[in-house]
Ligand binder design. Structure first.
Ligand code: HEM
Length: 218
């Protein structure tokens, strides 16, 4: 299959100086909406639950966006998307941290001992915490100095754990909804994550399968 033709207009737009600040502002809109909702008393009957759940939802959405950048770049030829990947990834961590802070504050009253006791008690909290800690490691090593310090190969191996984060996040969501057997949204996100990880697997396996087919044809 020939590589997709580079759609110059989109690439040119993505390379403009305004692209990053615009994306930055857009990524803050969910937070602005929640802050507005809190002050305007528009977060529904249970504002604490809305805040915890909405920040969880936005973490998962940003995670899917982060995972979508490479497949989108490869499928469309919008190679300049690569320069936005780090920012989208950092926003995933930002919303995950907010999600954790909402839980720690609104559910646990910032009681450190109670939070630590809750982590091993509830499997979905344990899995969420594992995902958050992995995201912390990725965010802390997302800068050029960390790439130099770790070396490209080790850095890449570490950053592949974003796939583990995605699987843990789906498991967290699944376990959280298991009590009410309400899996509709979980299934949608699981399908998105499966498609994004499946694309990567297919790209990796394709040359191997092609070599196998060529060898058989000889
Ligand atoms: C990458 C990390 C994480 C992701 C992607 C994530 C995502 C989610 C999602 C999608 C929901 C469901 C929202 C809904 O029902 O609409 C949720 C709920 C929740 N998460 Fe997380 N989460 C993460 C980490 C954590 C951590 C570290 C904690 C706490 C230590 C946590 C605690 C909770 C709680 C308490 C709920 C709500 C439970 C309820 O309302 O019954 N999450 N999370």
């Amino acid at each position: 299959m020939p590589p997709p033709r580079a759609p110059g207009a989109v690439n040119r737009w993505l390379l403009r100086r305004q692209a990053k600040p615009l994306l930055f502002a857009a990524a803050l809109l969910p937070l602005a909406w929640l802050v507005f909702g809190a002050f305007a008393d528009r977060l529904g009957a249970n504002p604490a639950e809305t805040l915890i759940r909405s920040t969880g939802d936005w973490t998962l959405r940003f995670l899917c966006l982060t995972l979508a950048i490479t497949p989108l770049r490869q499928a469309t030829g919008w190679h300049a998307l690569a320069r936005l990947r780090r920012m989208v990834g950092l926003f995933t961590f930002f919303y995950a941290l907010l999600h954790f802070l909402c839980f720690a504050w609104l559910d646990m009253g910032f009681d450190g001992a109670a939070i630590l006791a809750d982590i091993p008690k509830r499997p979905f909290i344990l899995v969420g915490t594992a995902a958050l800690l992995l995201l912390l490691a990725l965010a802390a090593t997302s800068f050029n100095r960390a790439i130099k310090a770790l070396g490209a190969a080790r850095w890449q191996a570490l950053h592949r754990s974003v796939y583990a984060v995605a699987l843990l996040a789906i498991l967290h969501f699944f376990w959280m909804r298991a009590a009410k057997q309400d899996f509709d949204e979980v299934a949608v996100y699981a399908a998105i994550v499966a498609a994004l990880l499946g694309w990567r697997l297919w790209r990796r396996l394709r040359p191997v399968l092609r070599r196998g087919a060529d060898a058989q044809g000889r």
